[in-house]
Every structure is written in structure tokens, then in C-alpha cells.
Ligand binder design. Structure first.
Ligand SMILES: [Zn+2]
Ligand SMILES: [Zn+2]
Length: 325
């Protein structure tokens, strides 16, 4: 019998029992499988463009604005700040791209695995028919990653990855550092224009005045566009963390069936423990987000995670057989 929580689910069909012949058991993981990288041409192109745009900004800031400047202190201080921010942005981008966002083990909806959960007769589990995995609560299937992702927020082509439970911190840091370098670049462009208007244009850059102006205007556009885009994204992500509601859940206006955490607890969970400088580092990773292994799934037979959740999407319901059947 289906409980009240099932009304939230977009159920494709009710299977009497799992069809194990359709599910291939999860492959044995070797060390190569630990590198998470989505082989999506569009996403890879967007990620490369992101890096090229940062390098373009680096080039203009260093060779057009800072090196020709007569104020050495101004150049050194701004050069160090800009390069640190750019390095942190690219490091966050890289970590967001190569970190498993919280993928549910693929193909684990096998008869053996479901039996190993020792669910009570009549209980149901939810299976994603696309990747043959048991869907935990708040997981969604991503058609680009071809996996179910825990607490999936959205698939971002700019980082060529899903933003989910496990890599949200890196994505938030990426948007924050890009917004900061954009703002910093815009301030430097404004100061440089003022400086060039006061001085002779031929002395304010080692390039010709028309080239200098074109490169500065392009940087201005790039800075403005990315400042607006990443600042909005950063705000949306922090809001999502604080309200404990993913982008998908907000879009679908789902009624929360999970116990919402407080804003501060949500931030601690996303950024990895109590407030520390590590929150701003793309090199530290939270222990909260270690994904449960297949063993842990199997070792938690009392968990009702699979039976009380609320998943909207393409799912099959698998009702556990009654003992007397
Ligand atoms: Zn799936
Ligand atoms: Zn994805």
C-alpha cells in the first residue's frame, strides 16, 4: 500500500517487484573510476571558455594596466590581490568540476541489493529507470551526467558538472571569487581610464591607444557581465543553503517533506563544520559530505531513507514482497 508521501512522487508505474534482469550490478571500482569527469562536449567547451576569459582578464590587468603604471606599490598590491583571487577562482572551478556531486551508486537497484536492505514487507523503494539506482530522498536524475545526484541543485555547463550535495561549496566559492575578480578588474579599469585621461595616452600603456581602449572596453564588458551573473548565482546558492531547498525543489515549488535545517546548520553542512578560514578554501573539503559507500547502504537496513522520501521525477515504485507471497 502506498503511503501519503507517495502522492508527491511522479510515479511512472508501480512494479510488483523489481525486474533485476534490467539492472546491471554496479561495476567494481578501480582507482581510475575515482576521477569524476563528465564527458560532455558542450560542458567541456564552456569550462575551457571560462578559463580563457580569466586568462584574458589576467593579460589585460597585468600587461595593459599594472606593468605600465608608474606607481610600483599600486601595481604590486593590486597584482598580488588580483592573482590570488584569480587562482582561487580557477582552483574552485577545477574542484567543482572534478568532484563527484553526490552520485547515487549506479545500477544498485538489483534484487540482491534490495533484499540486503531487509526492508519490511510492504515497504517501497524508488528506482530510477534511467540509471537503475535506488533513489534516496531529494535525489534527481541528471540527463547530462546520466546519474542520480543527491540534493541536485542544477547542472552547470560552466563547471561541466552537476551542483549537488558534495560539490556545492566549490561552486559557491567559484561564483564568489569570479564576482570578486570582476569587481576588482572593473575598479582598476575605471582608475586606469582616469589615469590615461590625465596623462598622455601614449604613456599609459605599452600598446597603441586604440588597442588599449578596445582591450579595456572588452574587459569592462566581461567584468560587468560576470559580476552580475556570478553575484546573482552566489546569492541564489547561499539562499538555497540557508533555506535548505535546492534549485530544483524551489522551481517545482515542492512541499518540503524533509526536516529543514537552520540557516547556520545548513551553511556548516555545506562548507564543512564550524566557521573557519577553510570555508573560503577550495582545498579543504568537508567530512560531512563523504558519500555513503555501497556497504553503508547495505548496513543500514533500519533506515527508512528509501521509503519515506519525496522524489519528483521519473521513478518506479518497487514494493517489497510480502513474506507469505
Ligand atoms: Zn537516475
Ligand atoms: Zn549533471
Amino acid at each position: 500500500m502506498l503511503t501519503q508521501s507517495h502522492r508527491y512522487r511522479d510515479i511512472e508505474r508501480a512494479a510488483v517487484y523489481l525486474q533485476p534482469e534490467k539492472c546491471v550490478p554496479p561495476p567494481v571500482r578501480d582507482s581510475m573510476d575515482k576521477v569524476w569527469f563528465i564527458k560532455d562536449g558542450c560542458g567541456i567547451a564552456c569550462a575551457v571558455v571560462t578559463w580563457l576569459l580569466v586568462f584574458y582578464a589576467e593579460f589585460v590587468v597585468i600587461f595593459i594596466m599594472l606593468l605600465p603604471s608608474k606607481d610600483v606599490i599600486y601595481s604590486i598590491v593590486n597584482g598580488i590581490v588580483f592573482n590570488i583571487l584569480a587562482f582561487m577562482a580557477l582552483a574552485s572551478h577545477f574542484r567543482a568540476m572534478i568532484t563527484d556531486p553526490g552520485a547515487v551508486p549506479k545500477g544498485n537497484a538489483t534484487k540482491e541489493f534490495i533484499e540486503s536492505l531487509q526492508l519490511k514487507p510492504g515497504q517501497v523503494v524508488y528506482k530510477c529507470p534511467k540509471c537503475c539506482s535506488i533513489k534516496p530522498d531529494r535525489a534527481h536524475h541528471c540527463s547530462v551526467c546520466k546519474r542520480c545526484i543527491r540534493k541536485m541543485d542544477h547542472h552547470c555547463p560552466w563547471v561541466n558538472n552537476c551542483v549537488g550535495e558534495n560539490n556545492q561549496k566549490f561552486f559557491v566559492l567559484f561564483t564568489m571569487y569570479i564576482a570578486l575578480i570582476s569587481l576588482h578588474a572593473l575598479i582598476m579599469v575605471a582608475l586606469h581610464f582616469l589615469y590615461c585621461f590625465e596623462e598622455d595616452w601614449t604613456k599609459c600603456s605599452s600598446f597603441s591607444p586604440p588597442t588599449t581602449v578596445i582591450l579595456l572596453i572588452l574587459l569592462c564588458f566581461e567584468g560587468l557581465l560576470f559580476l552580475i551573473f556570478t553575484a546573482v548565482m552566489f546569492g541564489t546558492q547561499v539562499h538555497s543553503i540557508c533555506t535548505d531547498e535546492t534549485g530544483i525543489e524551489r522551481l517545482k515549488k515542492e512541499n518540503p517533506t524533509w526536516e529543514k535545517t537552520s540557516s547556520w546548520a545548513g551553511l556548516k553542512q555545506a562548507f564543512g563544520g564550524d566557521f573557519s578560514p577553510g570555508w573560503f578554501s577550495p582545498f579543504s573539503h568537508s567530512l560531512y559530505h563523504q558519500l555513503p559507500s555501497d556497504m553503508e547502504y547495505a548496513m543500514a537496513p533500519d533506515s527508512n531513507e528509501y521509503v519515506t522520501g519525496r522524489i519528483v521525477g521519473h521513478v518506479e515504485v518497487i514494493e517489497v514482497e510480502h513474506e507469505n507471497e
